[in-house]
Design a protein around this ligand. Sequence first.
Ligand SMILES: NC(=O)c1ccc[n+]([C@@H]2O[C@H](COP(=O)([O-])OP(=O)(O)OC[C@H]3O[C@@H](n4cnc5c(N)ncnc54)[C@H](O)[C@@H]3O)[C@@H](O)[C@H]2O)c1
Length: 362
Amino acid sequence: MSTLSPSSDPSGAPTVLVTGGAGFIGSHTCVELLAHGYRVVVVDDHSNSSPEALLRIEKTAGRPLHAVHILDMRDAEALAEVFRAHPIDAVVHFAAKKAVGESVQIPLDYYEVNVGATVSLLRVMREHGVERLVFSSSCSIYGDARPVPLDENEPARPTNPYARSKWMCEQVLADTCRAWPELSALALRYFNPVGAHPSGLLGEDPRGVPNNVMPFAMQVAVGRRELLNVFGGDYPTEDGTAVRDYIHVVDVADGHRVALEQLGIRPEADGEPGAATTGLRVLNLGTGVGTSVLELVAAVGRACGQPIPHAIVGRREGDVTRLVADPGAVAAAWGWRTTRTLDDMCADAWRFQQANPMGYGA
Ligand SMILES: NC(=O)c1ccc[n+]([C@@H]2O[C@H](COP(=O)([O-])OP(=O)(O)OC[C@H]3O[C@@H](n4cnc5c(N)ncnc54)[C@H](O)[C@@H]3O)[C@@H](O)[C@H]2O)c1
């Protein structure tokens, strides 16, 4: 257990730094935190997001962000300035590069941003006595050819630089926790976040050609693209397409709010961070339900009221057969589980896409 000095925020609400807060999962998490009374400071360089997302966060939550800093996480001095400017109680670290295929082409960028910036962040946190961290990890570190569902004890076998960068970060966190006994860190291994906020205001708006099946399918549904390529029809699965554990992004966001509570960062706690178990804890965030790509395409079609034109093409390098979470550990530890279905994910994503056919750029 550790004790921290009280937050200097006179309102008593804890201040949470959300890195990558304008991105897909970060923006939904900001809404969740604002709605529950946290003060939220965002850092983002908009390398994969739009400033419009920040306006949408405030509109959706009905409350302002406390501050926004447009900076590259690799700029350690600029990051330190953010910690000097605000009494930060905890950090939720989303900012990263996340495209598997691109990571094979430009691995050094992935190690520099994903690993290097995490190291800088930990240094700055230590200098400022900030001892609570939630880190975005990924199911991709499990790799392929495993029995499912996957629990956290499965050894990591990452198959590409992106996944390896996340696995390296987990090891950096474990080593840092050993050397800095007051640090409380949670690495959440998300499975496949999809969907959108039910308001239709906030959703997934990747820059360029979407790398993931859901945003691509949505752009086909809305007429921005003609055809969805389904990569691989010869996997050893029921219908030959890869199986994933899709999780609603609002469930992921809710998981982060609960993670902060578990770290002793609660809005009703008068600004005094509560006790939290120190060290690193690794937990899956998934539903435990496997869905094939073709089942997902059918569900998207149901939500949109029209079939999604698609073609099965060759496998994509780096993709694996089946990734489904065992969500038992987080349920046992926090009493938390997902509540939203695949049809909710598709209906909410479609509502956002219809209201924003060109994403935030319209
Ligand atoms: N979406 C998924 O399927 C998925 C699955 C598992 C894990 N994750 C992890 O979750 C986190 C968030 O993912 P997302 O889907 O919201 O991605 P995203 O790309 O939508 O969001 C990431 C945000 O970080 C920002 N960013 C990137 N590099 C930065 C830098 N150097 N400095 C400052 N800001 C920077 C981007 O502009 C973007 O707003 C990432 O760490 C990702 O690896 C995502």
